[in-house]
Unconditional design. Structure first.
Length: 300
């Protein structure tokens, strides 16, 4: 098994980003994690991915080992951090992989810097049109006629405020219950690994800011119910692999269809069988198989 080193680097904007670097390999691959996680959640991926890959797994600003000196306003703040990181370590001609929130960051990155990466892999990704947050009615159902719009509304939301409290109090049973019901619907990590994931979740310092940014994110050419799209998706003209679990309770089929529609001929959709929102746990072998097949087309 290749050794994985935990490193840090300070960017020109004053933020320090933690990252994991797997030794060896010659095919550069950069991994971007999802919400409520960090690069730590890529541990099994780092253990099992083909040794030909030179892998870097980044902690976004406000997650894991990274600082959170300046609050993020939108997803492009994360993408700009990634750009500073890529330039700082002199990463060239690489593939970019993002899970959930990380998928949105990767899409924004590819739109802003279309010449940097040659392939994009989205795992259970947020839509090109964002992740909508609606006001909840008295029965706990989303009121699709009232989408949250301000940071204050998001911070006070009945789903987000308890999560922030759970982070602050290190309420691991509460976090476990949330993940068991929404994410680990097929398989679960082995116990020691699961506990380390739960502890890692509480390192996040920007939960409400992330949801606020995702709610307004829109690279498409359509209005998403909150704002007009930037149409930056037209800048993404590289092959994109779209992986989606058949039982994802976090990302809807509608969101995934939006990605495929907006990317058009550049997107390739693959459904993962018996898989929820954590393909890294439920379907890692499928993910690695599809990724290898996808990236091998470039090498072939």
């Amino acid at each position: 098994m290749k050794k994985v080193l935990l490193k840090k680097t300070t960017l020109s904007n004053g933020e320090t980003l933690g990252y994991r670097e797997r030794e060896g390999g010659s095919v550069p691959l950069l991994l971007i994690h999802g919400n409520m996680t960090s690069s730590k959640h890529f541990d099994t991926f780092l253990e099992k991915a083909d040794e030909k890959y030179k892998i870097y797994a980044l902690d976004l600003r406000g997650f894991g080992e990274s600082t959170y000196n300046t609050r993020v306003e939108d997803i492009r703040d994360f993408a700009k951090d990634v750009k500073l990181f890529v330039d700082q370590i002199h990463l060239k001609d690489f593939a970019l992989l993002g899970w959930s929130l990380g998928g949105g960051v990767c899409l924004q990155y590819a739109a802003l810097y279309p010449d940097d990466c040659h392939h994009l892999i989205l795992i259970s990704s947020v839509s090109t049109r964002g992740y909508p947050l609606y006001e909840m009615d008295e029965l706990g159902r989303p009121n699709v006629n009232h989408r949250l719009s301000t940071r204050e509304e998001v911070e006070g939301d009945s789903r987000i405020a308890p999560m922030v409290t759970a982070y602050e109090t290190k309420n691991y049973p509460f976090l476990r219950a949330v993940w068991d019901s929404l994410v680990y619907v097929y398989e679960k990590p082995e116990e020691e690994r699961y506990q380390s994931y739960l502890e890692d979740m509480t390192t996040q310092r920007n939960l409400a800011d992330v949801y606020y940014s995702l709610n307004s994110f829109n690279l498409s050419n359509d209005h998403n119910g909150l704002k007009e799209g930037s149409n930056e998706v037209q800048n993404i003209q590289i092959p994109v692999l779209i992986l989606y679990g058949d039982k994802d309770y976090v990302i809807t089929q509608k969101m995934t269809r939006e990605i495929t529609v907006d990317l058009g001929e550049f997107g390739t959709y693959v459904e993962l069988n018996k898989c929820g929102h954590s393909p890294l746990v439920d379907a890692l072998d499928q993910v690695l198989h599809e990724m290898n097949h996808f990236l091998n087309k470039k090498e072939g």
